[in-house]
Design a protein around this ligand. Structure first.
Ligand SMILES: [Fe+2]
Length: 148
């Protein structure tokens, strides 16, 4: 993280070694950085809420995929990961609701920092356990959850 910026940078410390998961995490970081930019440039409430909605939508989609991958390879961190995801989504929802009634930049910045710290620690502490499984095994989980 740059010293005077809220933005987050990708690093090998948060790599899971699984291409699809890493790409999704990179996308999450892109969305988070858009949120950082919106806070730093004091964007309108509408812009903030739009990014928050997208962050919620994308994290839900990504968490589901990651949970299925962990289940598929029987990763021992699977259940812990699921529980942690639920907690994050609850925090994010609470953030969105509170921001609606208190759309201040200070509030957004405080909660933003909490969410980002949580997310980076989560990826580093739990998601990287996917490293113990081969890319090939994990890639197979793509076909196990093809849904319309
Ligand atoms: Fe996760």
């Amino acid at each position: 993280m740059a010293e005077n910026s809220l933005k987050v940078e990708w690093s090998d410390a948060i790599a899971t070694g699984h291409r699809a998961t890493d790409n999704q995490h990179k996308m999450l970081i892109d969305i988070i950085n858009e949120l950082a930019e919106a806070i730093e440039t004091k964007q309108t409430d509408f812009k903030m809420r739009t990014i928050l909605n997208f962050l919620q939508y994308y994290t839900e989609w990504h968490f589901e995929r990651e949970e299925m991958c962990m289940a598929r390879v029987k990763c021992p961190m699977g259940e812990k990961n699921k529980a942690a995801h639920r907690v994050f989504l609850e925090h994010l929802k609470k953030f969105q609701e509170e921001y609606k009634s208190n759309p201040s930049v200070d509030f957004a910045e405080r909660v933003y920092k909490e969410l980002v710290n949580w997310l980076v620690n989560h990826i580093q502490g739990i998601d990287t356990s996917l490293k113990d499984f081969s890319e090939q095994n994990i890639t197979e989980c793509k076909s196990s959850h093809n849904r319309s």
